[in-house]
Write a protein that binds this ligand. Structure first.
Ligand code: NHR
Ligand code: GAR
Length: 221
């Protein structure tokens, strides 16, 4: 019997990454217990996924006039009540203020759909296609104050084909995220992964670059 790491998952939308985490935790592939799912959107389908798995879902909407600091103060209070050992951003679409990020630094992960440091921000699939890139992918990183700028832990890399569109890239990227994100969370839960002086340490070694695997390798894992 090993202990389960309590985690909170922050979502804004459909929550397919949340589902991958719920599934992996549910069949013993991931030693975590999801203590809360928090959404900034009341109609996020991910809340239904949480409910179906018996996980507490909470909605924290930005009420009229609430500024970022006010919102993040309320979010910080909610997180402290859940008291997770790790906060997992999974399609959470709000920028978090410096104070909140600092409170959870080293204990907050995000999955971002690009090969960071390329293509920070939004609409990555479209921008990558418009730029005529040969490759695309997705990254899991520790969240720091700098948007999509925290140290990158792992990446899944795919080759863009002539028939790829925003939609096909989204589907391919998400299939990879559903393998990679639970794997990275497992490393953290097993105490193999940490952030130290702004760098990623895996199994006691500072990574000079992320763990990069191609599409076939992640899909086989
Ligand atoms: N907060 C900090 N401080 N650092 C990061 O690295 C963060 C973060 C909050 C969210 C996820 C990120 C992504 O994976 C993330 C990383 C939202 C925006 C954004 O522009 C950008 C990046 C990410 C999430 N949000 C708009 C805002 O004004 C709203 C956009 C919308 O609602 O459609 O918050 O890409
Ligand atoms: C994921 O592909 C994630 O990389 C991306 O949104 C999707 C969420 O899907 N994140 C961002 O774009 C953050 N700005 P999901 O709700 O089905 O997990």
């Amino acid at each position: 019997m090993s202990t389960l790491l309590p985690i909170s998952v922050l979502i804004s939308g459909s929550g397919t990454n949340l589902q991958a985490i719920l599934d992996a935790a549910g069949d013993g592939r991931l030693p975590v217990r999801i203590v809360s799912v928090i959404s900034d959107q009341a109609d996020a389908y991910g809340l239904t996924r949480a409910a179906k798995s018996g996980v507490p879902g909470m909605v924290l909407e930005a009420a009229g006039g609430m500024n970022r600091e006010g919102y993040d103060q309320a979010l910080g209070t909610l997180l402290e009540k859940s008291n997770p050992g790790l906060v997992v951003l999974a399609g959470f679409m709000r920028i978090l203020s410096a104070g909140l990020v600092r409170d959870w630094e080293g204990r907050m992960l995000n999955v971002h759909p690009s090969l960071l440091p390329g293509y920070r921000g939004l609409h990555t699939h479209r921008r990558v296609l418009e730029a005529g890139e040969s490759h695309h992918g997705t990254s899991v990183h520790f969240v720091t104050e700098e948007l999509d700028g925290g140290p990158v832990i792992a990446q899944a890399k795919l080759r863009i084909g002539p028939g790829d569109t925003e939609q096909t890239l989204n589907a391919r990227v998400q299939a990879l995220e559903h393998r990679m994100y639970p794997a990275v969370i497992r490393w953290f839960a097993q105490d193999r992964l940490r952030m130290a002086d702004g760098h990623v340490e895996l199994d006691g070694t500072r990574l000079r670059e992320p763990v990069i695997r191609d599409e076939e390798t992640w899909l086989r894992s």
